[in-house]
Write a protein of this length. Sequence first.
Length: 486
Amino acid sequence: MAVFPVSLASPSSRGKWDDRIPPILRPLVRAYLLGYASSVAPRLLALLLQHVTVARRRRKQATTAHDAPDGQPFLSSLQRILRGGLDWQRFPTFCAALVGGSTLLELPLRRVFDKLAKNLSDIARRSRSRLTTWFASFIAAWLSLQLLQSKQTPSFTDTVADPEDVAGAPPRTVRYAGRTLDLTLFAVTRALDVIGGELWHRRKLRRQAAGGWTAAEAAVSRLTDPAIFALSSGLVMWTWIYLPSRLPRAYAKWIGFAAAVDARLVKALQACRDGTILYGQDTGAAPLLGSMCADLGMPRVWGDPAVSIPFRCDIVHMGTSPSCEHHAAGRFARSFRWALATYLPLNLALVWRNPSLAGLRRALVSAARSSAFLGTFIALFYYGVCLARTRLGPRLLGTGPAARQTLDSGVCIAAGCALCGWSILLEQPARRKDVALFVAPRAMATFLPRRYAAGKQWRETLAFAASTAVVFAGFFGGLLVGVLGK
């Protein structure tokens, strides 16, 4: 069982840059630098790309030397990003407090457990190293998350009038919790994976030893991660269509960018569900899809729900083709190219450190598989929608206005959500768990409010601390091993 190191290690196993740092403090320093890099690097990359884009646009438009781009805004933004990462209430300090605090607390706690060992049961005595790690991690996680939660931001504060409505009373500031919800759900998901994985592994060993391990149980082992991803991604896509405010803004924006769908079509689907659009009735919603049809070169009447029952799939296809199958294939091709432009440079960058023909081949295959996964995800979602509202749905529910209303008010989206996630089977088996555990916390967040009363924040802190302690005491991922120097 791995525990946090508290003893001296040979300098030969360390990087030269931290040889002079006391071994007990090395995890803290590494965690802080890693947290700072992960916090600042994406912002620096976005700033650089934005600066290059603006500079190119200005150079094309420039007619005199005075039109050259000014570097002062770039430098001020660069300084703001670099300084912002040093704020003691931000992610780097949180990482240092979590990892470093766990390490520093483990030594005194171990001494306490050693003194109590005589009074402990045999099981507790054998497990005191894990208990020490658990308690040290729990305390460090509790305090480090409170450090993040102590920072006030405008999106989690409101200014309201005095409830007693006293004349001349100044408004008061109400603070809400929820800033760290995504981080907490990430920890909870990882802890559940640790517990479930450990229980299933023990069951597998017992069954194999007894000769009773079946093909069905082996299939469960293979399909658990894909099923978790399929369920989680389906919930996320459903939420993105009907309840987008429950998703993180940046995440919802990325989904919209990848889906490449006209916002008017999404609003029409929402309107079908809430009854604003009713087939066979003039509810004043005709201009919504009518304007979209006009922009796509289609007759406006195709978007009028009082006349077109249902609105044609050509609108869902955004004018690319009347064929649902042709549209799905086109979606796959476009999404594959878009994803490959992202995945291929990243995979090649990893090979650059140790270039080889075999490494290049692995990078190309990995990028192609990941791109095919994302392309298939998008294509299956759209085809699932068409399958329900055009191909199979009318055969099962009928073709009348009421049946069409049912199909377009949720059934078609549910079909797309049910299909899209199984594209994960195209990914490498080793990556399926990582992708599933990335999406699962976001799916869990759809059942919770993005903001909640500050008085209930202790529940989130407790969940984070307990989950982090389970993860730290139960396993160490490759990243954590590098931070701790194991």
